[in-house]
Every structure is written in structure tokens, then in C-alpha cells.
Design a protein around this ligand. Sequence first.
Ligand SMILES: [Zn+2]
Length: 227
Amino acid sequence: MKAFVLALTLVFCGPLAAANDVIFGRSSGLTTGPDGKVTPLSGTLQFEDAPDVTSKVASERVDMVNVKCGGDVEFSNGGSCTMQQMAKDMAEHVDKYALQCFRAAARAAGLTEPKKIQITASGCFNDRTTAAGAVSNHARGRACDISAVKMDGGKEMQLKKPGSEAGLGREFYDGFRNCWKEVTACAGGGGGGEGATGSIGASGHQPPPANGSHDDHIHLSVPNCSR
Ligand SMILES: [Zn+2]
């Protein structure tokens, strides 16, 4: 009954809008069936429950999902859709906001706003620390490294390194980052770094201090601000 009421609430009211509704407000809405599987109502990102994983680095259980193919946001490798594992919190956030933020990024870069996006991810869940030895959001299943994107079945475009000629540069990344900050609950808080913004990296234009290990990809995260 509870699940049914929740489903009705989502269908009729929709999820709460972001505090600052600057973008499109697009959201698929999600419902959980009796089998515990999460089913997208309009198919932005397809994912289903996976066995929990215990992160050694973060010393916590990760409520994991498998992100699959078939939505209008997909994770891919070289243009072919590949499954990724991430925390359910992250998948729900990506489901709600990634497409609109990639549209904002495309708009900022003077490109056509895509209806479908394939994200080339070089890794999501990864039980490891940061280079500085702290718990990485990858270890919590709350981060993915995005090295390239393919919009509406077009050419795969790399997040470009400073000085390289082809690819997506500062305008694209800033457009994405500004949007992701708007929709990430603890943007502006969380103690700086990825906790503050939910995304770092790409194109060698870090907020100071510069971060050379993130000059060719977007580290996309959904920080848990209660930590
Ligand atoms: Zn990363």
C-alpha cells in the first residue's frame, strides 16, 4: 500500500523541483515495485537493484544498482552502452538531472541541446581513496569519471585537455558544472572540493588550487552532505 501511495504521489505531484529552477525541471519520476526494483516511469536512466556492496575504504554498505542500457541517458564505452554500478542515490540523481545539465552544457558551448546522451565513463564505483588519501566518493558509489560524451548518436566528443584542439572545452564544462551545482543539494557547502560542488575537473580550469589529475575528465559526484 505504501509503495502504491508513493507511486501515486510521484505520478500526480512529480518530484520536488530543484530549489532554483533555472534549467528544464525534467525528471522521470521513479517508483519501486513489490520486487524492490526501481522502474523509471519515462525512461531517462534505466537501472535496477543490485546486491549491496561493503566498501572497505569507506567502511559502509553501499545500496548498489546496476545502470543499464535503453534510456535516453546511457553510460558507454567507445559508443557502445555498458553497464555501470553506482549507489542508488547517485543513479536517482543522475536520472533526474544529468540530461538537463548536459543540455545546459551543450547550450553553453553553442551546440544543439541533445535529447539523448551517451556518457563515456572510465569508472563509477571503485573502492579506493583519493590521491590525497581521503575516502573517495567513488568508494561510496557516488561518483563517475566522464571522459567523453556522445549526443543524439553523433560523434563521441572528448573532454579536452588544455592545449588540445578537438573536443569539449571550458564552455561545455562550465555550463555543466553550473547546472550540476544548482541541482546538487549541498552545493556551496560540504567543506569544499567535490563536497561543495558535486563535480570537479576538465579542461585545466579548476577552482584554485589547480588539480592536474582532473584536467581531462569530469569527476561527477553526488556528495552525501550529511557526512
Ligand atoms: Zn573521479
